[in-house]
Design a binder for this molecule. Structure first.
Ligand code: G3H
Ligand code: 13P
Ligand code: ZN
Length: 333
């Protein structure tokens, strides 16, 4: 049993309380490899932003769970080396799907875990989320649970609406599970294809696809039911057109990739939404930069030659999110 406190990590309790009160959101960035982690820590250290490092089950399978945990421990030391005296870094399990996986992460030094039982029937979601919260809280590890189902790209518009979190359930769910934060479904979804073209309208000036707006009415109703309670938005990449174009220009094929417009995320960050999850934008920045570099330098084969510009592009993107979208810069001086 390793406590995250010995590793210099923090749980989400204080960072969320400050974010809700201050009208900003904490960035939750997924990482699977060293370059992503370096870029995240450099961006957080330079902007003095609290940050959540997210590890998914897929990341654990890809990189090895022990290695990722040690990388997060190293990230705290690296942040200090970069001159960030008091780094506020949380190590979080993203989309934990069983009690055993969540327990394993608590036991190995994670400071926060998500139990995603949102696909289970309501009572089973409550029972499993409570079991995880009861275990994690013994070690002062914070727990995110989810209510409502994020739409898949295949879903019809009408089906999506019925998956939104039901505001009338949130008080009962939060009280009975004892969760510390609640992930909700208000129109975001995972990946780089969040909406089908037929769900969008076209901007008459630019001809670009404009996605349907998030369900802010549902979000505000949830806020009214649970005043001050930390709310989490998954699937919040904005899928920047510049990275989609970069991928496509240099041999990629990402037709009609579309994300959540940043002005909507900016608005959400001012509400009780205090954690915004971003993974796909990092994948796009990295892949775009690598494709461009290799297309322009066909003789290069040292991975450092193409991973360096990829890392720089991700850092630029993370800093942009922190400063211009979430407003978390300067909140962990
Ligand atoms: O919500 C999902 C995250 O983007 C992690 O994705 O399961 O492919 O690692 P992954
Ligand atoms: P994106 O696919 O929009 O980046 O969402 C990531 C996420 O929600 C991780 O849990
Ligand atoms: Zn997610």
């Amino acid at each position: 049993m390793v406590s995250y406190k010995e590793l210099g990590l923090v749980n989400t309790r204080e960072m969320f309380a400050k974010a809700v009160a201050g009208g900003y959101a904490i960035p939750a960035f997924n990482f699977n490899n060293m370059e992503q982690l370096q870029a995240i820590i450099q961006a957080a250290a330079e902007t003095k932003s609290p940050v959540i490092l997210q590890v998914s089950k897929g990341a654990r399978n890809y990189a090895n769970s022990t290695l990722l945990r040690y990388m997060a421990e190293g990230a705290v030391a690296y942040a200090k080396e970069l001159g960030w005296e008091n780094p506020q870094i949380c190590l979080h399990l993203d989309h934990g799907d069983s009690f055993e996986l969540c327990k394993d992460c608590v036991d190995m030094g994670f400071s926060s875990v998500m139990i995603d039982a949102s696909s289970l029937p309501y009572e089973e979601n409550i029972a499993l989320s409570k079991k995880v919260a009861d275990y994690a809280h013994q070690y002062d590890v914070t727990v995110e649970a989810e209510l409502g189902v994020l739409a898949g790209v295949e879903d019809e518009v009408s089906a999506e609406e019925s998956h939104y979190t039901r505001p009338e359930e949130v008080i009962d769910f939060a009280t009975r599970t004892g969760c510390d934060s609640l992930a909700i479904s208000v129109g975001t979804s995972h990946g780089a294809y969040k909406f089908k073209p037929e769900q969008c309208t076209r901007d008459p000036k630019t001809g670009k696809l404009v996605p349907p707006p998030l369900a802010f009415d549902v979000l505000h109703e949830i806020e009214k039911k649970l005043p001050g309670f930390p709310i989490v938005l998954h699937g919040s990449s904005s899928v920047p057109q510049e990275y989609v174009d970069m991928c496509n220009q240099y041999g990629g094929n990402l037709p009609n990739a579309i994300g959540i417009p940043e002005e909507q995320l900016r608005e959400a960050a001012k509400s009780a939404v205090c954690k915004i999850n971003i993974d796909s934008d990092s994948r796009l920045a990295m892949t775009g930069a690598i494709r461009k570099h290799l297309a322009e330098n066909p003789g290069h084969f040292d991975p450092r030659q193409y991973l360096k510009p990829a890392r720089e592009e991700m850092k630029k993107m993370y800093m942009h999110k922190i400063i211009n979208v979430l407003g978390s810069d300067g909140k962990a001086e």
